[in-house]
Design a protein. Structure first.
Lengths: 285, 285
């Protein structure tokens, strides 16, 4: 087991199994061939060919595209093709900060291989014997990765919310971190990956934040998504990331990024360059 | 002017102007076509074809390759084809930590487009009004980037030295930072780039370190490579990186990486994702 295995999991996908999903000549996702076939049933909304799936050009703006696709998705949900409906929309675009081309129900995002954005918080505590990190255990009834280990706070980035705004909201809901404490969180970069998961093709950018919490703070979960929290010395976090897949797949990447940024991994260690290179996808044109 | 322009400079090169430089089937660099033609004069050492330049297979190990190529390079230096001889060897490999396939005079490394490794130190001072950074002005007689702004400490990674070992040596030589202070430097990741420069094709990985220095410390240069040092508030460093090319080309990348890691740039700012993606080359197979 190794850090490189955790990274390899997050980069495993078969390009031949997908065709591009396009809006106005821009490729904004990837659709599995079988699902593309299913979308042929909606010719007013999707153009489906061997070369790709397009949103019908008649749906020429954000609102009309979003509304027409939402109607199709509701029908697919009734047929069990889009499980775990969230009632939460994601913006559809390749790069954070661009104008979204449409909005799309979160549960459908991996079915279309659309890029998802999220925010992950490293909750850190500085002590006499070094640094510790708060670890959450996900509730056993979560749709994604039930029972896996997680960050103290992590969440998807819904349409219409800034990253910091979302972080502060999630801090309160997921861990009972008051807004004035959450506001001290420092943005420290991001990780990105593309991998095949039960829910579809995950093509995500996760914005990472570090928050140093006081030693007497104890998180409490308000939304039922967390079973328990515990505070782990950093070497225990490192060993668990390195030697097991107990952490949710993408939490591993954010944690490894932390190990690199904070000097827990150093250039003279084996595989340093490959680990560091593996934490983000190449820039796209 | 913008951060993206600084990044674009470090990624500008013309793939059609080069052919691969190979050792034992591994591509370890890129040679400009004209220089490849020049290497035809040494058929015992280099095999030159349209498909690439190879080191002769008879030179089957590290020592024989290194010695034979060094002899050629000395001859090319006499003809003015390898200027600014350093008398310092770099290891030749694609990834830090791999066994080097040979060693090569530093001045020749960009002529062969071989990957160079280096170490850059952000010298930081925490004050009541925020963070400052030590900035060096390079001596006017430096072969590369004379008179440009630089890190307090930065250096190439010669053959046979560990990264931390090299950092501590450079700290003493370039800025008079005592080993016991330099030892507190924290490895925080790396940046990588490939770009055309007067000296050739630079294909570098720079390991980045942060060192928080006491407020009463003042650097002093011992090797004549620095004209002066000054301590700048971070917003001044940011403006100068963003709005000018006063900093040495690759120092900009390490500084921008610092801005991202320390929260001086945040996800909700424009271009954040493109800036963050631009700080490293994609992973190679």
């Amino acid at each position: 087991m190794s850090y490189l295995e955790r990274i390899a999991y997050c980069r495993r996908w078969d390009p031949d199994a997908y065709r591009p999903f396009m809006i106005e000549d821009a490729t904004v996702g990837r659709v599995a061939h079988e699902f593309a076939g299913r979308l042929r049933a909606f010719p007013e909304v999707f153009g489906v060919s061997d070369r790709g799936v397009t949103v019908a050009p008649e749906l020429a703006d954000f609102e009309s595209r979003s509304a027409a696709v939402a109607e199709v998705l509701r029908e697919l949900e009734r047929d069990g093709e889009v499980p775990h409906w969230r009632d939460e929309d994601y913006p559809v675009m390749r790069r954070w900060g661009e104008a979204p081309l449409m909005r799309m129900e979160r549960a459908a995002v991996p079915r279309f291989g659309v890029r998802g954005f999220g925010v992950h918080l490293n909750g850190l505590v500085r002590g006499a014997s070094g640094m510790s990190m708060w670890v959450a255990k996900r509730a056993p009834d979560k749709a994604t990765a039930p029972g896996k280990l997680d960050h103290i706070v992590a969440g998807g980035q819904p349409y219409g919310l800034g990253v910091r705004e979302n972080l502060i909201k999630e801090c309160e809901e997921e861990a009972g971190i008051a807004p004035e404490v959450a506001a001290r969180a420092v943005p420290v970069g991001a990780v990105s990956y593309r991998c095949e998961r039960p829910e579809g093709l995950r093509d995500d950018v996760l914005f990472c934040y570090d928050l140093e919490l006081p030693a007497d703070f104890a998180p409490r979960n308000a939304d039922g998504e967390v079973e328990s929290f515990s505070l782990w010395p950093m070497d225990e976090v490192m060993a668990r990331v390195r030697d097991t897949d107990d952490f949710k797949f993408n939490v591993n990447l954010v944690a490894i990024d932390l190990f690199i940024r904070r000097g827990f991994l150093a250039p003279d260690e084996p595989d340093y360059q490959a680990i560091w290179e593996g934490l983000r996808l190449p820039q796209e044109a």
